[in-house]
Every structure is written in structure tokens, then in C-alpha cells.
Design a protein around this ligand. Structure first.
Ligand SMILES: C[S@@+](CC[C@H](N)C(=O)[O-])C[C@H]1O[C@@H](n2cnc3c(N)ncnc32)[C@H](O)[C@@H]1O
Length: 294
């Protein structure tokens, strides 16, 4: 029995060797991986539906190579948070006991006085990720959330994207304190890199300077038009290229140097799958900074 097995395995080895020799003779081994990638004409791409699709052409291979390098660069740029951290699960754990909806009456009044609205809602994490991916966030970007609630967008931005700094501004002290609580947990877990600051400011965003901002988000659905224009005026003095993401359209945006670059609907906590409108603007014509009088 043992003899028969070893005879069979010897025949199989011989057959495999002769097939290898034939293949090698007709298709010599390239000297480098690059050479191999250049010579190959068949590539397999994984479609979003995870089916394998056969495509042919050297140009496609080159394109794939470029995309791979780009992806690697992007991943390298993401520093601070170890890849092994499941950020969505971590956020779900940290926010498990937090409910930012109810706030004291005096805070509601304060928000109304400043042109905001006492209603509360949050952007869904997958929607925020879509926006940041569309903008093409890099490690040179600084993020501000105007009306940051319990800080979810700021924390997500920090954990999942390579922002060099993230800031949340919130008028409700109760919500602001929730954000600080979560930040404390992040620090305890050693997930805050001092080289990439994360900051929460208690105050009215109309009065806070947006130092270094390159991406601003505002869940502005219920902000008054007056407040929107006041903010747009502030944005118009910031750095050229600034992206402003707003759920409510900015009235007279062009007069503040803001160009509408994208509009779509994305899911929010209060919307159905059809989502809520989102507008992305780019500051293409910033106003010159006002000179200070001596
Ligand atoms: C709809 S919530 C958005 C929460 C969070 N940004 C998100 O999208 O998940 C809007 C927040 O803006 C805050 N807010 C309203 N007016 C404000 C103002 N003038 N200054 C700072 N925060 C303000 C409210 O307290 C509320 O927490």
C-alpha cells in the first residue's frame, strides 16, 4: 500500500516538473517584479459586488499599480491611530451611555438667541466618511465642526482621517462636557497623539476664530439665514481652498468667494435612506484680510 502511494506521488511530481519546464520555456521568468507587471496582460479586478472580473491590457495594469502606490501613500499619511483599532466599535462603546438630545432650558434659550435651533441630530458616520473621502483629506488639513454636539464628528475625523488638527465648537455646556468625557477615554486608551491636537471649545462659533481651518462642517439645517451669512463672511477671510460642508445652502455664497462644488443627499440620524441635502463649497476667491489700524 505504502509502495503504491510513493509510486503515485513520484509520477505526479514528474508530471508537475515537465509542465513547469514547458511553461518556463515558452514564458521566461522576468528579472524583476516591475518587468513581470509590465509583461502581464491579464489582471483581475474586484468589483464592488466582490465578483471577479477579467480585464485585459497593459494600461490597466499600470493604472492599478499607480492606484496601489496612491493607496499606500494615503495609508502612510494616516498616523496616530493603529490600524487594528475598530474605530466604529470604539465610538459605539464610548458613546453608549451618552444622549445629547436633552439640554437644560437656559442652554436652549442661549442657542435660540444666537440664531441656532434647540433641535438635535447627528450625521451618520458613513456619511461623514463619504464627505471626507470626496474632499480628499490629507495630513495638512485642519477640521472644525461648528456646533459639535457631543463631539462625534470630531472624534471620528480624528480616528479615521489624517487631519493634523481637529476642533469642535459647541454652545451647550452639557454637550461640550460629553465631548470632553469621550476625549478623556481616548487619552486613557493612549489614542491621542500630542502632535495631532484634538480640541473642544465651549462658545459661540460666530465669535470663535477658525485658525488654520481647511475643512469646516456645519450641521446647519436649522440655522437662520442671518447666522449663515455671518459665518460665510467669516469663511471668506480664511485660506484659499477651504472646504465648507453645510447641510443648509449658504445664501449668496458666491458673494463670499465660495464656489459650490458638490451637492448630494446623505443619511443623517433623522432622515430615511433617501438622506438629507449636503452642499460642499470651496473658497476660491478669499477676501483680503482687513488691515489693523495703528
Ligand atoms: C444638529 S447638532 C449637530 C451635532 C454634530 N455636529 C453632528 O453633526 O453630529 C447642532 C449643534 O450646534 C449647536 N449650536 C447651535 N448654535 C450654536 C452656536 N451659535 N455656537 C455653537 N454651537 C451652536 C447646538 O447646540 C447643537 O449641539
Amino acid at each position: 500500500m505504502q509502495l503504491r502511494v510513493s509510486v503515485f506521488s513520484s509520477i505526479a511530481t514528474l508530471l508537475a516538473l515537465s509542465v513547469l519546464i514547458c511553461v518556463h520555456a515558452s514564458n521566461p521568468m522576468p528579472a524583476t517584479r516591475e518587468e513581470w507587471e509590465e509583461s502581464t496582460t491579464t489582471t483581475y479586478e474586484i468589483t464592488p459586488a466582490t465578483k471577479t472580473k477579467k480585464t485585459s491590457s497593459t494600461t490597466k495594469t499600470k493604472k492599478n499599480k499607480k492606484e496601489k502606490v496612491k493607496k499606500e501613500k494615503k495609508q502612510k499619511a494616516k498616523k496616530g491611530v493603529p490600524a487594528a483599532v475598530d474605530t466604529r466599535q470604539l465610538m459605539a462603546d464610548m458613546y453608549q451611555h451618552i444622549n445629547a438630545f436633552g439640554i437644560p432650558e437656559h442652554e436652549t434659550k442661549l442657542i435660540e438667541e444666537r440664531g441656532g435651533a434647540p433641535t438635535y441630530g447627528e450625521i451618520k458616520p458613513e456619511s461623514l466618511a463619504t464627505i471626507f473621502n470626496d474632499i480628499g483629506v490629507t495630513n495638512k488639513d485642519v477640521f472644525y465642526d461648528l456646533g459639535s454636539g457631543s463631539g462625534k464628528t470630531v472624534i471620528q475625523a480624528y480616528l479615521e482621517f489624517p487631519f493634523k488638527k481637529v476642533v469642535g465648537v459647541e454652545l451647550s455646556e452639557k454637550r461640550y462636557n460629553y465631548a470632553l468625557e469621550v476625549l478623556q477615554v481616548l487619552r486613557q486608551r493612549d489614542l491621542v497623539d500630542p502632535a495631532r491636537p484634538i480640541e473642544f471649545i465651549l462658545g459661540d462659533f460666530a465669535e470663535v476664530p477658525f485658525d488654520g481651518a481647511t475643512v469646516i462642517y456645519m450641521c446647519s439645517t436649522c440655522y437662520s439665514n442671518e447666522l449663515m451669512e455671518k459665518l460665510a463672511e467669516k469663511f471668506s477671510h480664511l485660506k484659499k481652498g477651504l472646504h465648507v460642508v453645510s447641510l443648509k445652502q449658504i445664501p449668496n455664497h458666491a458673494s463670499y468667494g465660495l464656489e459650490l462644488v458638490k451637492e448630494y443627499r446623505l443619511p443623517m440620524t433623522w432622515s430615511g435612506p433617501e438622506g438629507s441635502p449636503v452642499s460642499i463649497y470651496k473658497l476660491t476667491k478669499p477676501k483680503k484680510a482687513k488691515k489693523k489700524r495703528a
